[in-house]
Design a protein around this ligand. Structure first.
Ligand SMILES: Cc1cc2nc3c(=O)[nH]c(=O)nc-3n(C[C@H](O)[C@H](O)[C@H](O)COP(=O)(O)O)c2cc1C
Length: 171
């Protein structure tokens, strides 16, 4: 399958980056085609709600920032993996921006399955992110394949790696 991983942490060697990389390695080993994008290194603004896309734009966003690189990748992806740290009890802003910029096309055309990878310092801080992820999967009518979370003592561990590999095996 064609898999797109959006990695939202600005910390290049952090836990979220590790989770995304391990998902990529396992998926490639299983024969999937994987593209990993560190969206925190991209300039992707929030949606302007200008409605250009739904009027004159014919589905194209008026903002010519790095989201323009992502639109074709989103259009081709069959599996979308969101990898993000928890900031203030939700997915961080860097991962929210590209999701909300999909407003112009409503939903990624070919995505059938979605996966969520999250890291945090504390336990029990995932309710908001999980509710959002569930609702987006429902809205886009895609399969919610589940999630792996890693709080501080679970980061870069064999146990977390096994959970990531188990999610890949479900593909
Ligand atoms: C701005 C900011 C807000 C954060 N908010 C939370 C939070 O609400 N709950 C929590 O458990 N950790 C919070 N953290 C900690 C990160 O989620 C945690 O360190 C995570 O592992 C970072 O992932 P990374 O290594 O991929 O950058 C926050 C960190 C930052 C920088």
């Amino acid at each position: 399958m064609n898999i797109l991983i959006l990695q939202g942490s600005p910390r290049a060697n952090g836990n979220t980056a590790w989770m995304a990389e391990e998902y990529k390695k396992a998926a490639e080993a299983a024969g999937h085609q994987v593209t990993l994008v560190n969206v925190s290194r991209k300039k992707i603004a929030g949606c302007l709600a200008c409605e250009y896309c739904h009027n004159k734009g014919n589905g194209a966003c008026i903002q010519k920032d790095d989201m323009q690189e992502l639109y074709p990748l989103m259009a081709d992806a069959e599996v979308l993996v969101l990898a993000a740290p928890i900031y203030y009890f939700t997915l961080n802003a860097q991962i929210q921006a590209p999701i909300q910029r999909m407003y112009c096309v409503n939903a990624p055309a070919k995505v059938r399955k979605m996966v969520l990878l999250m890291s945090s310092y504390s336990p029990n801080v995932y309710d908001g992110a999980l509710a959002e992820f569930r609702d987006i999967c429902n809205y886009w009518q895609v399969e919610n394949m589940g999630y792996v979370s890693a709080k501080i003592d679970e980061q870069k561990t064999d146990d977390t790696l096994s959970k990531i590999q188990a999610l890949v095996e479900k593909l």
